[in-house]
Ligand binder design. Structure first.
Ligand code: SAM
Ligand code: SF4
Ligand code: SF4
Length: 334
């Protein structure tokens, strides 16, 4: 039976952050000034084990979850991640098991992930020119490395592959058309994400947000687009189809056109904290329960937290004052 929150929303999607570490330092997510050599990442004993993650996932499935996404930090830096995929793929009731990754380790990992039962991957790529991409990932990784990852995912059958691009005004606007051009007519769908005020370390400013409608207008002026509409409830991307039959794009307008009313997502950070909103100031500790209590208690705890949920941060954003203590994107994985 699906558990419902105070606004009538079920819990359908679970996003599991498997590590708070990453091999990138994207300026909008883990800026070097904050996530530098003195930053204290979680210690090994603080991070949930695969066995614990599986128990959490099963407890969520008992509450109605059918879709699981692995994220991070960078999920592919977690050693033997395919062993976790195998465990999660074996849970009855999980019909979609996906991963969001920066893609650089996919050439080594795509085949093992597909064999383990991963359904699809989403690869993040914000630009197609090295100067912009390297300025954004801030560790000097060239675009070609990510393209190799995307190709490895496609040939391993981890498709349809989606590419996520965060658009920050003045930084990678030119990538909007370039990405559309590069992936039109392929099996890869590009999804443009509005730059969000997640956490408190990325220096967010409303002026940096390039509204999704502007993305549609710019691409549509070059290649006419028709709206497709959301196919599944809770789907975050608004989909648009090229009129000439060259496929689709998506836009995720979390800032300018919030979709909290249909938000069915729960998030678990790598240390086992449950967040009921991407912009939550505080979470709910599940790790202590996992380590001290019974699994039965875990299911009931999740149900109780979800029933009490009333988050709709994006809808309230305009009126909200800046919080001083929001969870970071790299901790809960987007
Ligand atoms: N490391 C993986 C990756 O980059 O795909 C998974 C974790 S990352 C936090 C998940 C997604 O969040 C990525 O697509 C990333 O671009 C997006 N993201 C991170 N910070 C963001 C922000 N401030 N606004 C919008 N999207 C953001
Ligand atoms: Fe790492 Fe992903 Fe954040 Fe970039 S967006 S720093 S790849 S976690
Ligand atoms: Fe869901 Fe919170 Fe985002 Fe609204 S702001 S869509 S409730 S995660």
């Amino acid at each position: 039976m699906a558990t419902t929150d105070r606004l009538g929303r079920v819990v359908r999607d679970l996003r599991i952050s498997v590590t708070d570490r990453c091999n990138f330092r994207c300026v909008y997510c883990m800026p070097k000034e904050v996530f530098g050599s003195s930053y204290r990442f979680l210690g090994r004993s603080e991070v949930l084990t695969f066995e614990e993650i599986e128990r959490v996932a099963r407890a969520f499935v008992d509450n109605g979850v059918t879709k699981i996404r692995l994220t991070g930090g960078e999920p592919l830096v977690r050693r033997d991640i395919e062993r976790l995929v195998e465990r999660l793929a074996a849970i009855d009731g999980v019909d979609d098991l996906t991963m969001t990754t920066n893609g650089v380790l996919l050439p080594q990992k795509a085949r093992a992930l597909a064999d383990a039962g991963l359904t699809r991957v989403t690869v993040s790529l914000d630009a197609l020119d090295d100067a912009t991409f390297q300025a954004m990932n801030d560790v000097g990784v060239p675009v070609a490395k990510v393209i190799e990852g995307i190709e490895a995912a496609v040939s391993a059958g981890l498709g349809p592959v989606k590419v996520n691009a965060v658009v920050k005004r003045g930084l990678n606007e030119h990538a909007i058309i370039q990405l559309a051009d590069r992936f039109r007519g392929t099996a890869v769908t590009v999804r443009y994400i509005e730059f969000m005020d997640v956490g408190t370390t990325n220096g967010w400013n409303l002026a940096d947000v390039l509204p999704a409608q502007e993305v549609i207008d710019r691409i549509g002026a070059r290649w006419p687009l028709d709206p497709v509409g959301r196919t599944t409830p809770g789907e975050v991307a608004a989909r648009w189809r090229y009129r000439d039959g060259a496929g689709e794009i998506g836009v995720i307008s979390s800032v300018t056109q919030p979709f909290c009313g249909a938000c069915t997502r729960a998030r678990i950070s790598a240390d086992g904290t449950l967040y009921t909103c991407l912009f939550a100031a505080a979470g709910h500790d599940l790790r202590s329960l996992l380590r001290d209590g019974s699994t039965g208690t875990l299911e009931a705890r999740i149900a109780a937290v979800w029933r009490g949920r009333s988050d709709r941060y994006s809808e309230l954003r305009a009126a909200a004052t800046t919080s001083s203590a929001r969870v970071e994107m790299s901790a809960i994985g987007g």
